[in-house]
Design a protein around this ligand. Structure first.
Ligand SMILES: [Cu+2]
Length: 287
């Protein structure tokens, strides 16, 4: 079970949360199930030794016990959820405890296409289809979007799943702590080629990562805007493709749906709309 035995700090904390909340709930479930059988056995019709008190109807001690135990557990679960929701917020940059090396995060842009994954490394100027690599112990900031259909970006060993949606960007901060080859896929059904929408995630040393980047850079293929529009077309079982060069600002154009020549970017349209208040309602402007 990768989910319970992950290789990244975020997935580790999520697994702990899962185990602790299950144990907390078992504190109620196990005694209730055991007591059900004990009561059934002890107060069976043939047992003449058990006390028989047909007039009994109330006990303060029992009421206190019955109400306080679940109350305490709800309080504990609530506190855990509150803390977990904040420390594991995917939009929150990792703290020193989660990523041992206090480095600025590596930026990786993720695009869910029909039916393959495109990974753009804007700082390195490279892009790869269906293969992802990240240096061990270095925090990574994933910016996630989709070309047409909703998907979910999921590497069980690394962190929880995050939706990939067209026309908008979601974010995930995570770190891989153990070198290795992991599995990544879409965990939200997106059509015919969904089952093969898988990729390898490589957790590598910093030196190996630099080497991997150099290898991709050596690739002569460039991910220009026309090349992207070609890649965007639905295909199944796509092999790994490496691009030594990427068109500037491509990810932004994908999010704002203006990769093709002549298309106006959504962000520009919204800006223009806001300049014409007559056409716009005041509540929306305050958002
Ligand atoms: Cu608006």
């Amino acid at each position: 079970m990768v989910v319970l035995e992950p290789s990244g700090a975020i997935a580790r904390e999520q697994a702990n949360l899962l185990v602790v909340s299950t144990l907390l709930m078992l504190l109620i479930i196990v005694p209730v199930i055991v007591l059900t059988f004990v009561f059934a056995w002890r107060y069976r019709a043939s047992n003449k030794d058990a006390p028989y008190t047909p007039e009994w109807d109330h006990s303060i001690q029992l009421e206190l016990l019955i109400w306080s135990a679940p109350l305490l557990i709800i309080i504990a679960l609530g506190a855990l959820t509150w803390i977990g929701t904040h420390t594991l917020d995917p939009y929150r940059p990792l703290d020193v405890r989660q990523a041992p090396r206090d480095l600025p995060p590596l930026k990786i842009q993720v695009v869910a296409l029909d039916w393959k994954w495109l990974f753009i490394y804007p700082e390195q100027g490279i892009a790869v289809v269906n293969e992802l690599a990240a240096p061990v112990d270095v925090p990574v900031r994933f910016e996630i979007t989709s070309s047409r259909v909703m998907n979910a970006f999921y590497i069980p060993a690394l962190a929880g799943m995050i939706y990939a949606m067209p026309k908008m960007q979601t974010t995930l901060h995570a770190v891989i702590n153990k070198p290795g080859e992991y599995e990544g896929f879409s965990s939200n059904y997106s059509g015919a080629g969904f089952s093969n929408m898988r990729f390898r995630f490589l957790g590598v040393s910093s030196a190996d990562f630099d080497q991997w980047v150099e290898k991709v850079k050596a690739e002569r293929q460039a991910l220009t805007r026309p090349a992207y529009l070609e890649l965007e077309k639905p295909t199944d079982r796509e092999p790994v493709r490496r691009y030594g060069e990427v068109a500037p600002d491509l990810f932004n154009a994908i999010v704002n749906r203006c990769v093709a020549p002549g298309q106006r970017c959504e962000s520009d349209m919204v800006r223009e709309m806001h300049k014409a208040p007559a056409a716009h309602d005041d509540t929306h402007r305050r958002q």
